[in-house]
Structures are given as structure tokens and as C-alpha cells.
Design a protein around this ligand. Structure first.
Ligand code: NAD
Length: 270
């Protein structure tokens, strides 16, 4: 039997955990050879060894390290067909204010809007936190697109899949930096897709809803209950459910999809 991604090479950032690891397993199951990036070699190697792939430890905010790793991957494996820009971090600050948010919600429901207390999300957001969030997500995706196109353009084929978020579509109070970075990824995706569509390269964005991964660990039980109330399906998604969308966008079935944005959210309404 010939697998549909047989012989194709996929590079996955943040592939040592959660969605990235699930995507790597799904692509490998259909025959892809995977290169796994993460911040630590230990995290990257664990998944790469499991799947017989390569491991690369670097920070996606380092454009030179990113390009070098992708170049090395192509030297060792001969080509690059799929780039998944997935590495990401959670907005930690939101969790610490949950009691105040719940208190305010009670006041709002009782019609006492003027009694609500300021949450100060934006006032308390440090310049450093803002910078890091934009850098990891938006700059990391920019560097990933660049590093991939260097090899995909001469090849005249390729798939770039950028992991955004439903917060890029429905910005959330408490996560302005994350929402902006994820919205930026959608716009970057559309711009790059328009540039390279005629070259046989498809570039798409995936907007996961709330998926059960270590990214959500800092969220309190109350916060998770509040989030789950806004999910039509009434539950979190599983990484494997998201990986099916990534597999679709990586494969021949999605040939006509480019510059497009795909939510996998269980009916999240923002
Ligand atoms: P995760 O924490 O399980 O995995 C993220 C991985 O990225 C980790 O292994 C981490 O070490 C790595 N990483 C972080 N910063 C990095 C950097 N600068 N360079 C290289 N690697 C780095 O989280 P996840 O849920 O699998 O998240 C994957 C992507 O999905 C992220 O972009 C996240 O924003 C997005 N997302 C997740 C959810 C969700 O509910 N889990 C929802 C929407 C979007």
C-alpha cells in the first residue's frame, strides 16, 4: 500500500508537545518523514525518536537558527514539502485575574455594571510580555515561512500551515497580545499565499478552539468551566482532532485551498 504522504518531509515547530506532536504523529502515520523543533533538544528528540525523524532545538524567534535548521533538514532529507508553524505560548496573565472576572460577571448578570472593577489586563501587561508574545507567534511564523519558501519556491511545490487561534478571530479581553499575534498570523498567511499560489505552494491558517494540551495547564478549573460554556460541543477538543485538519491541509486533498482560514473549534462562539 502506498501512503498518501510517502516520502514527503514535514518540519514542525513546537513539535515536542500538544498539537505539534499530534500533527507529527498523524503525518508520520501517512508516510511523512518529520523534523521536530522545540526549545529543548530533549522535547524535540522524544517525538522525533518515536517517529524516526530528526530533532532540532532552537527558539523560533531566532531567524538565523531557524533558517540554519531548515537548511540542515533539507540537506539531510533532500527536500521540504510541509512546514507547520506551530510553536506557541499561552497568555499566563489571564489566569491570575479569574476571581475578579467571575465577580464582575456576577455583577453584570445582576445588572450592576457600574459596580464592576477594572481588570487592568492591558495596564498590567508588561512591554516584555507583549514583545515575547508577538515575537514567538508572529515573528516565529514569519521566519518559518521564509525558511520554508527558500526551498519550496525552486521546488515549485509545498504546503505551509500556520497555527493561529480562534482568538485571532474573536479577540479576548485578557489576551490582547495573544489575540493580536494570532490575527497577524491570519493576515500574514493570506499575504504569503497570494504571493506564492502560482508557484504551487499553498499557505493556510488553522484556528484551533480550546484543545486539551499542556498550554492550558495554567488555566484554573473555574476558567475552564467558563470557556467550556462557550463551546457548542460542551467539551475541549483533542489534539488528534486538530491533527486531522493539519493532515488534510498537508495532503493532496486540499489542493484548491490556499490563503484560507480553517477553524476547528467545536462551535466556539467567542
Ligand atoms: P503546548 O504547550 O503543548 O506546545 C507548544 C510547544 O511549543 C511546546 O513544546 C513549547 O516548548 C514550544 N515552544 C514554545 N515557545 C517556543 C519557541 N520560542 N521556539 C520553539 N518552540 C517553542 O501547546 P499547544 O496547545 O500544542 O500549542 C501549539 C500551538 O497551538 C500554539 O501556537 C498555540 O498558540 C496554538 N493554539 C493552542 C490552543 C489550545 O487550546 N491548546 C488553542 C489555539 C491555538
Amino acid at each position: 500500500m502506498t501512503l498518501s504522504l510517502q516520502g514527503q518531509v514535514a518540519f514542525i515547530t513546537g513539535g515536542g508537545s500538544g498539537l505539534g506532536a499530534a500533527a507529527a504523529r498523524r503525518l508520520a502515520a501517512d508516510g511523512a518523514i518529520v523534523a521536530i523543533n522545540d526549545l529543548s533538544m530533549e522535547a524535540a528528540k522524544k517525538v522525533a525518536d518515536e517517529l524516526g525523524g530528526l530533532a532540532f532545538a532552537f527558539d523560533v524567534t531566532d531567524s538565523t537558527a531557524f533558517q540554519n535548521a531548515v537548511d540542515t533538514c533539507v540537506t539531510q532529507l533532500g527536500r521540504l514539502d510541509i512546514m507547520i508553524n506551530n510553536a506557541g505560548i499561552a497568555p499566563q496573565d489571564a489566569a491570575s485575574k479569574m476571581d475578579l472576572v467571575m465577580d464582575n460577571m456576577g455583577k453584570r448578570m445582576a445588572g450592576n455594571i457600574s459596580d464592576m472593577e477594572p481588570t487592568n489586563y492591558l495596564l498590567d501587561l508588561s512591554d516584555e510580555n507583549w514583545d515575547r508574545m508577538i515575537k514567538v507567534h508572529l515573528y516565529g511564523t514569519f521566519y518559518g515561512c521564509k525558511a520554508a519558501l527558500k526551498h519550496m519556491q525552486p521546488q515549485r511545490s509545498g504546503r505551509i500551515i500556520n497555527i493561529s487561534s480562534v482568538l485571532g478571530l474573536y479577540p479576548a479581553a485578557g489576551a490582547p497580545h495573544y489575540s493580536v499575534a494570532k490575527a497577524g498570523i491570519i493576515t500574514l498567511t493570506k499575504s504569503v499565499a497570494a504571493e506564492v499560489a502560482a508557484l504551487g505552494i499553498n499557505v493556510n491558517a488553522v484556528c484551533p478552539g480550546y484543545i486539551r494540551t499542556p498550554l492550558l495547564t495554567p488555566f484554573s478549573e473555574t476558567m475552564m468551566a467558563g470557556i467550556t460554556m462557550r463551546i457548542g460541543k460542551g467539551r475541549l477538543g483533542e489534539p488528534e482532532e486538530l491533527a486531522e485538519m493539519i493532515r488534510f491541509l498537508a495532503g493532496p486533498e486540499s489542493e484548491y485551498c490556499t490563503g484560507d482560514v480553517f477553524s476547528v473549534s467545536g462551535g466556539y462562539t467567542g
